[in-house]
Design a protein around this ligand. Structure first.
Ligand SMILES: C[S@@+](CC[C@H](N)C(=O)[O-])C[C@H]1O[C@@H](n2cnc3c(N)ncnc32)[C@H](O)[C@@H]1O
Length: 202
């Protein structure tokens, strides 16, 4: 037998967070900014810590909410590079990173993620994919090239129709160990969505 009313039940386990993250959540609700929310935020923190991720790449900064979770998981000397095409969002995120005391750990690069990635040569331990869903498939080859072997690709919102080609491709192309999770994610946008976790093999 299952616990009755599972969605309400799991709302009782939303991870706690500090005043800045709560403020960014309220702002996101007010302005319809699609942030990952506290469950995926905490998951990103746990994954980054488990991976011992020193170099993290994020695609899609928005107000900086998820980047704060990722940067808080960094070891000393680690850094997050986050890509954002909206100048307004990039500026707001930088102000939030300063408020979080993380300005030295997080670099915002402005522009179209696919173009910025094409010029990148650094390698990363973890890449978090959270841009427009139609760009997920074209971003995949860049993610593979920029992830070190054994690195983790986490893709949010893979329940969106625009991510369907990406889901099929990463599942079938080989060179990845992949799970596609259909999840209930309280305070995520939207609350029922898919998450893809993929380990880059040699
Ligand atoms: C879903 S929001 C990111 C939310 C953020 N990761 C968080 O949870 O706090 C997507 C952001 O990516 C930006 N974006 C969308 N498509 C992009 C692209 N192709 N290149 C760069 N930025 C993009 C949007 O302007 C928006 O701010």
């Amino acid at each position: 037998m299952m616990i009755p009313n599972l969605e309400n039940y799991f709302r009782g386990f939303i991870p706690p967070r500090d005043g800045l993250l709560l403020e960014l959540e309220e702002e996101a609700t007010r302005e319809a900014i699609p942030i990952v929310g506290p469950v995926v935020g905490e998951l990103l923190y746990i994954l980054a810590r488990l991976a011992g991720a020193k170099n993290i790449l994020e695609l899609g900064t928005a107000s900086g909410y998820s980047a704060i979770y990722l940067a808080r998981a960094l070891p000393p000397g680690g850094r997050v590079i986050t890509l954002e095409m909206s100048e307004d969002m990039a500026r707001r995120a930088e102000a939030n990173f300063t408020r979080a005391g993380l300005a030295d750990q997080i670099e915002v690069r402005r522009g179209q993620a696919l173009e910025l990635m094409a010029d990148m040569t650094e390698t990363f331990d973890l890449i978090f994919l959270d841009i427009d869903k139609e760009s997920y498939l074209p971003a995949l080859a860049h993610c593979r090239r920029l992830l070190k072997a054994g690195g983790l690709l986490a893709a949010d919102n893979v329940g969106f129709a625009g991510a369907a080609d990406f889901n099929r491709e990463i599942f079938t192309q080989g060179g990845w160990r992949v799970v596609q999770l259909f999840s209930f994610l309280p305070l995520h946008s939207p609350e029922q969505d898919g998450l893809c976790l993929a380990l880059r093999q040699e």
